[in-house]
Design a protein around this ligand. Structure first.
Ligand code: C2O
Ligand code: CU
Length: 496
């Protein structure tokens, strides 16, 4: 394999330094903006892709079934992987050296996840977007040591959605996720919409896991303030774990209608999905379920941790682009043609159902109101003034609610930085964004939402099910460094 010249400039260093990600006071801000300017000279827009290769699709994990329980076995292990083509990086994955298999479950399934930690470090695994009891949610309280197996068992209790799984231990989430510990978790259900949409994994139902990393040219993946301050960084973009910097992946569709499930598994970057020909995408789902109807959108903006589903007509033979913008500094960083679909189909799919879902919008008049302030003090990131870097701090700063509570939260960003607000346990509705009532696809159920610098997002949710007075859920920024640096609080849902 040809080894590329990693010092070669624009095409490889095509993205800006992730300026501002580390936040910080005046001195630190000075450092990051200086670095932004330096790398800007080598940054800019991606070169046109020069190669094509067939899209890699993560394997589907088959369970073993015992007494009606589907048992999924995940082995967290270290290894090596080429996040930059031709360069070996230390990596980690589930059942392999990078990323993890896709897990597909259905509403009502009884499942058990047998997760073995062979990382040589403490870890835990969170089922991002799953509505499960706090004890099995995989937050920092249930971290387990290398050599141990954690076996949470739960019942799938939610509508069809694209979820994911990743580590969530205190202070190590950014590191472990950046090493490759992430996988897709698909929830299916018996709705008419699920029956009507493509659902044959790897055939017409395709995961697209997007990652933007920062690395030394030698392949040392960076994930924290110290790492981001080093010089000579490159910023690989990966699709399903494979470097996409100068490659467009191809998918020859054998079915005319293709469903794509996009996941932004990056530590911080914002990824906008669009078609290269400027035509619209047909979005059918947000993070927590189907939209009320298929919605034509020109772009889909995914902040770190968020997902969206679209259906594609293969006959259009579209090329899907990912537009990468970094951190909180607005401005173009690169447009990558990531996926080119060709049509090998001979079927004629039925029309999409005109109604995909019923979403009853909350009347929030009687809801309990809270304000959640995202703040910072120097390089320490805060929620409601407290850095959630220890369990004690998170407990002291815990949001306490009860099963059945209906709440309206004002998420107030008191920083200049971009944040990606994520709530565990239950889906939420976005009520307003920076004072404007939610509309369009923002009316879909979500679990992760962008909060721009100094912006305010109002969300509403109901805490159905699962009382616990020992284990907490989390609410946090999904920019993984911000989470590790303290922008995380506990949420305890006790009996009413
Ligand atoms: Cu995907 Cu609490 O995180
Ligand atoms: Cu943040």
């Amino acid at each position: 394999m040809e080894k590329r010249d990693l010092a070669a400039g624009p095409q490889l260093n095509r993205r800006r330094f992730i300026g501002g990600l580390v936040g910080g006071g005046t001195a630190l801000a000075g450092v990051t903006s200086a670095l932004s300017l330096i790398s800007l000279s080598g940054g800019g827009t991606a070169a046109a892709a020069t190669a094509t290769t067939a899209l890699t699709i993560p394997p589907l994990l088959s369970p073993t079934t015992t007494d009606g329980v589907d048992v999924y076995t995940l082995d967290m292990q270290t290894g090596t992987h080429q996040v930059i083509s031709g360069v070996t990086s230390s990596s980690a994955g589930f059942n392999g050296s990078y990323l993890g298999p896709t897990i597909k479950v259905a509403n009502g399934d009884s499942v058990r996840m047998d997760v073995t930690n062979n990382l040589g470090a403490d870890t835990t695994v969170h089922w991002h977007g799953a509505h499960v009891p706090a004890k099995v949610d995989g937050g920092p309280q249930v971290a387990f040591a290398s050599g141990e197996t954690w076996s949470p068992a739960f019942t799938i209790n939610q509508e069809a959605a694209t979820l994911w799984y990743h580590p969530h231990a205190l202070g190590t989430t950014a590191k472990q996720v950046s090493q490759g510990l992430a996988g897709m978790l698909i929830v299916d259900d018996d709705s008419d919409t699920s029956a009507a949409l493509p659902s044959e994994y790897g055939v017409d139902d395709i995961p697209i896991i997007l990652q933007c990393l920062a690395s030394s040219a030698a392949g040392d993946v960076k994930y924290d303030v110290t790492g981001y301050r080093t010089s000579g960084l490159v910023f690989p973009v990966l699709v399903n774990g494979v470097n996409a910097d100068s490659t467009t992946f191809t998918f020859a569709a054998t079915k005319r209608r293709i469903r794509l499930r996009f996941l932004n598994a990056s530590l911080s970057d914002i990824i906008t999905i669009q078609r290269s020909d400027g035509a619209t995408l047909t979005q059918v789902a947000t993070e927590q379920g189907y939209l009320t109807s298929a919605t034509e959108v020109s772009t889909i903006r995914l902040v770190a941790g968020s997902r969206a589903e679209v259906v594609i007509d293969a006959a259009d033979a579209p090329t899907i682009q990912a537009v990468i913008t970094t951190g909180w500094i607005a401005g173009g960083s690169g447009t990558y043609p990531i996926l080119s679909i060709t049509d090998n189909s001979s079927d004629t799919p039925a029309d999409l159902p005109s109604t995909l879902n019923t979403i009853t919008r909350y009347d929030t008049s009687g809801f309990t109101a809270r304000t959640i302030t995202l703040g910072q003090s120097g390089a320490t990131m805060l929620i409601n003034g407290v850095a959630g870097t220890t369990e004690a701090a998170m407990e002291a700063n815990m949001i306490m609610t009860t099963v059945g509570a209906k709440e309206i939260w004002t998420i107030k960003n008191s920083t200049q930085l971009e944040h990606s607000f994520h709530l565990h346990d239950v889906p939420f509705q976005v009520i307003s964004i920076n004072g404007t009532a939610a509309s369009g696809v923002d009316l879909g159920w979500k679990d992760t939402v962008e909060v721009i610098g100094t912006g305010t997002v109002v969300i509403a949710m109901e805490f159905t099910d699962y009382a616990d007075d020992t284990y907490m859920y989390m609410l946090h920024c999904h920019l993984a460094q911000h989470e590790d640096e303290g922008m995380m609080a506990g949420l305890m849902v006790t009996a009413s």
